[in-house]
Design a protein around this ligand. Structure first.
Ligand code: PLP
Length: 362
């Protein structure tokens, strides 16, 4: 019999959302942090036009896309790499810089893929405690040791939605040994970008990578396009591992047009953030603890794991699926992606009824 490598056989599969709803109910997914709004019409038109060239392999250098990113973010195109989602870039970084005997350090509620990608290369994964659902730089610095090869931080974090300031990331970088790679995953960065908060310049230190994606604020999750800013020595190694035709012609064209349409993206972020904050306030009114989110979702903390499970069942009975957080060691929490205004109003109504009629303690 063929057997997988021992470290792969020992791994649990990456935990996907349970999307089951009663038959006949329309599924309303608030479980995957997708955008509630479609991509820019310019992106959709560009992707559609590019299908005319589907007989050709895509540009292995992502030329138009990299030019658009570098123009918008004032970066050198050579410092940018693109991937089949930022997950491909992250997985390749792990393959490149970690292996058996090495440690990858993240945080208590670090994005679950950090762990899977670490185990997939046979390295050990450890997590430094967070404080109030927020990354704690002191704990990360205390947790790094001689076997640590990579430290990864999602900022804003998933599933917490919280963020730390650029100055804290600078302090983290300064406190880590130079031979530790720091990966800053900014999948939700567009929701949190503010003056003076950009971190792209940290790549110039030679040991720091910043990852972004078109899956969230740009509404292109289905096209699988991520990008990042890489020191040249890291980019050189990573290109050996990336699949050479990793981003399809249609995906490159759509992402390029989406990047050029910054106005649309900013409107999506503003609308989503306003709806998120209104929703979070209503959930707090019901007695739930909701950390301030800087992303397109919120974490809802109930009084107990049982209350969270009952709320999940009540919403699911109406076709609404939130993400259970047991895998993050938070069985008393659910994560709600911010959906359309109508869907969020529906969740608020159902949760209010649920907490009143059942005399439930949220
Ligand atoms: C923190 C974080 N990083 C990366 C990703 C995945 O990004 P992509 O779709 O670009 O692979 C997600 C998706 O949920 C995420 O939450």
């Amino acid at each position: 019999m063929i057997t997988a490598n021992a470290h792969i056989a020992a791994m649990a599969p990456y935990a996907l959302a349970d999307m089951s709803v009663p038959s006949g109910k329309r599924l309303i997914s608030l479980a995957q942090n997708e955008s509630s709004l479609p991509a820019s019409p310019c992106a959709i038109a560009a992707g559609r036009d590019a299908l005319q060239k589907s007989q050709l392999y895509p540009d292995t250098n992502w030329t138009g896309l990299r030019t658009a990113i570098s123009n918008v973010h004032e970066l050198h195109a050579d410092d940018i790499l693109c991937g089949g989602g930022s997950m491909e870039l992250f997985a390749c970084l792990l393959q490149c810089y970690a292996g058996p005997g090495d440690r990858v350090l993240s945080t208590q509620y670090g994005y679950a893929f950090f762990r899977s990608a670490t185990l997939a290369v046979g390295a050990d994964y450890t997590a430094a405690p967070e404080q109030d659902f927020t990354v704690c730089v002191d704990a990360l610095l205390a947790g790094a040791d001689a076997s640590t090869r990579i430290v990864c931080v999602a900022n804003p974090g998933n599933p917490t939605g919280t963020r730390i300031a650029r100055s804290e990331l600078v302090r983290l970088r300064a406190g880590l040994d130079d031979d530790i790679l720091l990966v800053i995953d900014e999948a939700y960065g567009e929701f949190a970008d503010g003056p003076g908060e950009h971190t792209f310049d940290l790549a110039a230190r030679g040991n720091t990578v910043i990852l972004r994606t078109f899956s969230k604020a740009y509404g292109l999750a289905g096209l699988r396009v991520g990008w990042g800013v890489f020191p040249s020595s890291i980019a050189r190694e990573l290109r050996k591992l990336l699949i050479s035709n990793n981003v399809s012609i249609a995906s490159q064209a759509a992402a390029e047009a989406a990047m050029r349409d910054q106005g649309y993206m900013h409107t999506v972020c503003a609308e989503t953030s306003a709806r998120r904050d209104r929703f979070a306030d209503r959930m707090r009114d019901l007695g739930l603890q909701v950390p301030q989110s800087h992303a397109n979702f919120v974490l809802l903390k109930f009084a107990s794991a049982d209350a969270a499970a009952r709320a999940d069942r009540s919403l699911r009975a109406e076709g609404i699926v939130l993400r259970g957080m047991g895998g993050y060691g938070l069985p008393d929490c659910l994560r709600a992606t911010i959906g359309s205004e109508a869907d969020m109003e529906r969740v608020i109504r159902l949760m209010s009824d649920w907490s009143k009629t059942g005399k439930q303690t949220c």
